[in-house]
Design a protein around this ligand. Structure first.
Ligand SMILES: [Zn+2]
Length: 531
């Protein structure tokens, strides 16, 4: 019928290829035909023989002589290197709503997947289309509508991009030089030849999302700003990221990351400050050294006059020397990396910096983070992307813009973020720096004594802290030797340890067991702030 249709259907007549059941066409003489309503002008009647043609019955051979052999649609072969298509999975990937049933083919039982809507024409919504598959893997597609008579399994594979061998597609790469001819025509060096890509190709080539480096915040190829007003200690926050990424501990108790090797360019701190702070943060978080020691890599650049162009060239070399090894590179701090003559308000300069980082990230499937400081003045009224000193390009060009603002309660910060490739995040209140537990939500880690209803208490502990500081100024003390009641002392001492003012300087044997000796932090500025 399809073959007849192709040759003889025209504007005024068409061969109904939906007709395929001989039992519905033939009739036993003398039985009633009852299609449609019984009306005076079209009454139901009994079937009868009105005329017998003189010629013999038309044979298939005679038909074939007129219309040629039916090319037919075979079930696509399986085996011989043909993939055995997993049709349910395929339909799932394509988002095709369908029902499943059985069909017979020369005595074999196969499975049919009948679509709610024909993929070639949404008007074909009466379950006319479907995929048929035999147990040996052979596949056919069929839609019973005339418009789809020529649509086969091959057509469907083409429609869904299943015929594309992704490995054969050549995408222009950023470093690919523009053809000479193109340059001559446009006069612009480096102009790329146009080459569009279809939705089908996009879905096929970029089937999977780029994997997250920091889940919820940062993916492969992306750049993140970490911006904080100096009061809450952006370096503490950024370094807790470094520790957590290296050790594979959720950052801020929320964002899954690592364990991965991390490479940090630090021009903010001296080498001793770096390891003291890192170890203190890790201790506060309960992360053993063994978990992070081997994954941390530092370029100690404080006082070295090393600036952005050089740092980015070093990044490129690191990836070249250790392909695929470093997934997360950081600069702390961005403002110190600006060479003479480059200022924070220079949009053009920052756009090209971010573009360069982007290129390095993309080529190496890595991510980057840049620690930056907040602009001066009250931050609380500003939009997230306006917090951050300098050029608008700094916030616009990054994929993730993460900011920490002061909370009205002492030692608390509010985290807000804008992400390009993750769902939005509600603002989170975080407890004291560097004890980096969130006070609520999303399975957040709660630091002891830091729940929201105890925050007021923190404020009244200020004088208690002063008592402990005073006691420690005269030398190391065990917990027992410090003033105040036990419960209050424990709480305040843990706050001082958390924010880095007080550290464990040793142990003494007392009452049959080891007691920790506390002292004032002797390095850094000792108050958890660095700028
Ligand atoms: Zn159709």
């Amino acid at each position: 019928m399809e073959h007849l249709d192709k040759q003889f259907s025209d504007d005024t007549a068409h061969v109904d290829i939906g007709v395929f059941n001989a039992a519905r066409i033939a009739t036993a003489w003398g039985t009633p035909k009852r299609k449609g309503f019984n009306t005076p002008d079209q009454p139901h009647r009994l079937s009868k023989i009105e005329a017998i043609p003189a010629a013999d019955r038309v044979t298939p051979e005679q038909l074939t002589a007129i219309i040629g052999p039916y090319p037919g649609e075979q079930l696509a072969p399986s085996g011989n290197g043909q993939p055995h298509w997993d049709i349910p999975q395929l339909l799932d990937e394509q988002g095709i709503s369908h029902t499943v049933g059985e069909f017979d083919c020369d005595g074999q039982k196969g499975t049919k997947y009948i679509f709610a809507i024909c993929p070639f024409d949404a008007a074909h919504d009466n379950q006319s289309a479907g995929i048929f598959q035999l147990p040996n893997g052979a596949v056919a597609f069929k839609c019973h509508h005339n418009g789809c008579a020529d649509k086969t399994w091959e057509s469907l594979k083409k429609l869904w991009g299943l015929d594309i061998d992704v490995s054969q597609i050549k995408l222009p790469t950023p470093q690919q030089p523009a053809p000479q001819q193109q340059q001559e025509q446009t006069g612009l060096p480096g102009v790329r030849r146009p080459g569009y890509i279809t939705m089908v190709h996009l879905r096929k080539i970029y089937a999977a999302r780029r994997p997250p480096i920091i889940d919820g915040l940062l993916r492969e190829g992306e750049t993140m700003n970490v911006i904080s007003s100096s009061k809450v200690g952006k370096t503490w926050l950024a370094q807790s990221l470094v520790v957590c990424a290296a050790a594979g501990v959720p950052w801020l108790g929320i964002f899954q990351v690592g364990p991965i090797p991390v490479y940090l360019f630090d021009n903010e701190l001296f080498g001793d400050d770096i390891h003291y702070r890192i170890d203190e943060i890790a201790q506060a978080l309960g992360i053993p050294r063994a978990l992070y020691d081997n994954n941390l890599h530092f370029e100690v650049l404080r006082g070295q006059d090393v600036f952005l162009p050089e740092i980015l060239e070093m990044w490129r070399q690191i990836h070249q020397d250790h392909p695929g090894r470093f997934k997360l590179l950081g600069i702390d701090a961005l403002y110190r990396s600006l060479q003479v003559g480059m200022n924070e308000s220079d949009n053009n300069a920052f756009t090209s910096v971010y573009n360069a980082i982007d290129r390095i990230n993309t080529q190496n499937k890595a991510a980057a983070y840049l620690v930056h400081h907040a602009s001066k003045g009250n931050q609380s009224a500003k939009a997230v992307t306006d917090v951050g000193s300098g050029a608008g390009a700094i916030s616009r060009a990054a994929d993730t813009h993460l900011i920490f603002r002061d909370h009205q309660l002492e030692n608390c910060v509010v985290l807000e973020a804008r992400m390009r490739s993750f769902p939005p995040l509600a603002p989170l209140t975080l407890s004291a720096v560097p004890a980096v537990g969130a006070t609520g939500g999303r399975g957040a880690r709660r630091a002891p004594g830091r729940t929201a209803n105890k925050l007021q208490q923190d404020a009244s502990d200020a004088d208690g802290k002063e008592q402990i500081r005073k006691a420690l100024r005269t030398g190391g003390k065990t917990r027992r030797q410090l003033p105040m009641g036990d419960q209050r002392k424990t709480r305040i001492l843990s706050q001082l340890v958390d924010n880095g003012e007080v550290v464990v300087v040793g142990t003494v044997r007392s009452g049959g067991h080891d007691c920790e000796v506390y002292g004032l932090a002797s390095t850094g500025d000792g108050n958890g702030q660095n700028s």
